[in-house]
Ligand binder design. Structure first.
Ligand code: CA
Ligand code: CA
Ligand code: CA
Ligand code: CA
Length: 235
């Protein structure tokens, strides 16, 4: 459900959960578990603590909760950020109305579900590499790296070439999974001494980043004496 809101909220400050509870204690020790999508707005309902702890509403009484709040509900005081904290542990204290008053505690564990609220980020805006023209076909020239801090498919990065000339597309192969760029056709400095590609890293939710790849081909002496000699020997 969070994917639809991707990018609508910026990064949040530390998220806090606010628990308003003053209740009669009905022997309801234990642990409650709730799951909340990150980026759910402030004020969103998380859980009906009284119901989930099987407290009896008739015996709940106000022990000083703000604004006369008597219903022990868990609501968000701020949107949660899973990348900051994937879960929160709360300790709920309850007190009964007896004399002397008895108190008890229960633990509430809130798991934060991922939303795709982060785009992949390349480690560099520009990858500049220099390769000699005689580098063997099959060589890996450079490996692009983009990270995405989201979870699962939201953080699953795939690489692709966004713009490249036909010649460049036939000369280089970008591995969609690893980001490595492999040479698939021999280079020739005298024919083409540089290539500029635009690469894209996209996550499973459609967010992406782009980077420029600049490949400079350096000259190797094609007229090296040994080549001239061997050529002469064959002819
Ligand atoms: Ca987040
Ligand atoms: Ca996220
Ligand atoms: Ca993502
Ligand atoms: Ca040359």
């Amino acid at each position: 459900m969070g994917a639809a809101r991707k990018g609508c909220w910026g990064r949040r400050q530390r998220a806090l959960l606010c628990c308003v509870l003053v209740a009669a204690w009905e022997a309801a020790w234990g642990q409650l578990r709730y799951s909340v999508p990150e980026e759910l707005p402030k004020g969103s309902f998380v859980g009906d603590v009284a119901k989930d702890l099987a407290l009896q509403p008739a015996k709940l009484r106000d022990r000083g909760a703000p604004d006369g709040e008597k219903r022990p509900e868990l609501v968000l005081a701020k949107a949660l950020d899973r990348e900051e904290a994937a879960f929160h542990e709360l300790v709920l204290r309850a007190i009964d109305g007896g004399e002397p008053a008895r108190t008890g505690t229960a633990r509430i564990r809130v798991s934060v579900l991922d939303a795709n609220d982060n785009a992949p980020m390349f480690s560099q805006a520009v990858y500049a590499v220099h390769v000699p023209e005689d580098v063997p076909v099959g060589s890996t020239l450079v490996t692009l790296t983009a990270t995405d801090v989201d979870e699962g498919i939201n953080g699953d990065v795939k690489y692709s070439l966004k713009t490249a000339t036909d010649v460049a597309s036939e000369t280089f192969h970008l591995d969609h999974e690893t980001g490595s760029i492999m040479l698939v056709r021999s280079l020739d400095f005298e024919e083409d001494d540089s290539y500029h590609l635009e690469a894209q890293a996209q996550d499973g939710g459609g967010l992406f980043d782009t980077a420029t790849v600049s490949i400079s081909v350096t000259d190797v002496n094609d007229n090296a004496p040994e080549l001239t000699v061997s050529s002469a020997c064959r002819s």
